[in-house]
Design a protein around this ligand. Structure first.
Ligand SMILES: NC(=O)C1=CN([C@@H]2O[C@H](COP(=O)(O)OP(=O)(O)OC[C@H]3O[C@@H](n4cnc5c(N)ncnc54)[C@H](O)[C@@H]3O)[C@@H](O)[C@H]2O)[C@@H](O)CC1
Ligand SMILES: Nc1ncnc2c1ncn2[C@@H]1O[C@H](COP(=O)(O)OP(=O)(O)O)[C@@H](O)[C@H]1O
Ligand SMILES: [K+]
Length: 512
């Protein structure tokens, strides 16, 4: 799903109104009615005290529409108008009049701290103060109101955006921003719902399709995409009946050192569980027994050194190479990495210590084959591209690096970002159970495997990250998050692809 900016969305609102021949008030009614329906579906008429805080722009107008429907469905509703100026929007005013006609319990105006209501843990708060129209931080008594709502312990549902959160920048420290439990947002996701510095404000996010003009949305230029099941299905290639192991890639994974052989074992297991035809590992001698008994399906080549990698097997002719997990940073290993980079021409996958070696030996960067995939977590990324001021600058710097070296980079995290040139893909799968040693090694194995199966490297990275997260979700649903081991993510890769592919065949069957 495309991610658009606030300006693009406002433009889409205008075009929709024109093309569909509706008024902006009708569009507001449509959007806010969807919000009401979501709430009604969950509350099922429960007599919970609902407190709706409305601004005086169109986000506030949405709040008034939601209030009207809730009251008409006999909910216990009190509306508060956050009355910070006299400039009310036309659609706010129209809905204010409509609300007054259906209830005697008129909205209460808040003009300062003295007017703040009591808000308790049992309340259901709807935040309709500011939406995408926010153009400066929330200050004075309004800021205090936001902080009071946050402290109340009430369940907070934000309409479109948590108030105080900008769609294109990180709030200042101590800024007043609603900490929503849930955000119902209109038409497209907003980038700030997924960045580590801002994602917590939005809580759980659901996107409501308010029927904005499809052509306008599809023509809007955006380089940012949220990857969900629909996109994963589009990328997935089914295995052909008439195929053999040579069709699914001959991969070589090089890494490991004394005490860290498990890392390569995990990557190789993941590669094979992702469908690799032939998988060979290149490890120090001490890894031989471990791999042969731990993963008999893999072949093993060993370095002449017992404990570290000091060389790289030239002329092996793998379809794709992966280098770095558990490899350490010894001088001879750096030399082996240089030999590796000089001897390979096709895109490679570089992970973990492979990335740390690159950070310390910048002259190696220009040896990386074009279209390679680098898989840093934020710590490794920082070593590679330097410090950043905030998440927006991090994205810009990562894009620059991607363009300079013509590589795809991951920024791993709760939402992993995949960055290639000017494009950003954001993953939607995964769970905190995956914050466990070795899950990154599994991911490199998955991406390497997909490149070996002839997915282009960007698609391999995007689909690989999605399937890896889905596998983590399957593992967590069976084991509980605390018990997920990286090996469980590898083990469930097949089930993840089955989910992706079964939906696909279901879709095909339906359309026949
Ligand atoms: N335009 C449309 O047709 C639709 C708009 N919708 C709603 O409209 C919202 C956008 O509405 P608006 O553009 O009216 O903007 P908001 O309701 O977000 O904000 C209202 C106005 O407050 C002022 N403002 C911004 N930051 C402020 C601050 N910190 N302190 C004091 N004043 C501040 C701005 O002038 C802004 O226009 C969306 O988020 C969505 O909820 C929906 O109803 C869908 C349809
Ligand atoms: N809270 C989380 N939610 C979803 N995925 C997560 C979370 N924490 C970690 N992950 C995923 O787990 C993996 C961790 O990778 P990494 O930090 O390299 O681990 P390691 O080095 O131990 O293998 C990444 O794919 C990351 O996206
Ligand atoms: K809001």
């Amino acid at each position: 799903m495309k991610i658009l900016t606030a300006d693009q969305l406002s433009e889409a609102d205008k075009i929709t109104i024109q093309k569909q021949g509706i008024t902006s008030e009708e569009l507001m009614e449509r959007a806010a009615t969807l919000v009401f329906e979501e709430i009604h579906k969950r509350l099922e008429g429960a007599p919970i005290p609902i407190k709706i805080f409305c601004g005086i722009g169109n986000n506030g107008g949405d709040g008034l529409v939601v209030a009207r429907h809730l009251i008409q469905h006999k909910y216990d509703v009190q509306v508060f108008i956050v009355n910070y100026s006299d400039k009310r929007s036309d659609d706010f005013l129209a809905n204010y009049e409509k609300l007054k006609k259906i209830t005697r319990n008129w909205p209460i105006s808040i003009k300062g701290e003295d007017d703040f209501p009591e808000i308790g843990t049992g309340d259901f708060v709807i935040d309709a103060i500011f939406g995408i129209g926010l153009n400066r931080p929330i200050e004075s008594w309004m800021g205090k109101l936001v902080k009071t709502i946050n402290k109340s312990g009430a369940f907070v549902l934000a309409v479109d955006m948590p108030s105080g959160l900008f769609s294109d920048r990180v709030p200042e420290k101590d800024a007043a921003v609603i900490n929503a439990s849930y955000t119902l947002s209109f038409q497209t996701p907003k980038l700030v719902f997924y960045l580590p510095q801002t994602m917590d404000y939005a809580g759980e996010v659901e996107i409501l399709d308010i029927g904005l003009d499809r052509q306008c949305i599809s023509e809007s230029k955006s380089g940012i995409f949220l990857i969900e099941d629909e996109e994963a299905r589009m990328f997935y290639k089914e295995r052909k009946k008439n195929s053999h192991k040579g069709d699914y890639g001959n991969v070589l994974i090089s890494g490991g050192s004394y005490g860290k052989i498990g890392s390569v074992l995990l990557s190789a297991t993941a590669a094979l569980r992702t469908g690799t035809g032939l998988c060979t590992l290149y490890v120090p001698k001490c890894g031989y027994q471990i791999i042969q008994s731990g993963l008999p399906e893999a072949m093993v080549l060993t370095d002449e050194n017992e404990e570290i990698i000091t060389n790289f097997p030239e002329g092996f002719g793998a379809d794709v190479n992966c280098f770095g997990m558990g490899v350490g940073k010894a001088k001879q290993t750096v030399e082996a990495m240089e030999k590796f980079l000089r001897s390979v021409e096709k895109p490679v996958v570089i992970d973990a210590d492979g990335l740390n070696i690159l950070s310390k030996n910048n002259e190696l960067l220009k040896l990386i084959p074009e279209n390679s995939v680098l898989t840093p977590h934020p710590g490794e990324l920082k070593r590679l591209i330097g410090e950043w001021k905030d998440d927006f600058e991090k994205l810009e710097k990562t894009k620059e690096f991607s363009k300079e070296y013509k590589v795809t980079l991951l920024i791993k995290g709760a939402h992993t970002f995949i960055i290639s040139d000017d494009e950003i893909y954001i993953n939607s799968t995964g769970n905190p159970g995956m914050a466990t040693a070795g899950s990154g090694d599994v991911l490199s194995g998955v991406i390497t495997s997909l490149i070996g199966q002839k997915y282009n490297p960007v698609t391999a990275a995007v689909l690989g990250v999605y399937a890896h997260g889905l596998s983590g979700d399957i593992a967590a649903s069976k084991l509980g998050m605390e018990s997920v081991l990286a090996g469980d993510i590898a083990k469930n890769m097949g089930k993840a692809f089955k989910l992706i592919s079964e939906d696909f065949s279901g879709y095909e069957a339906e359309s026949q």
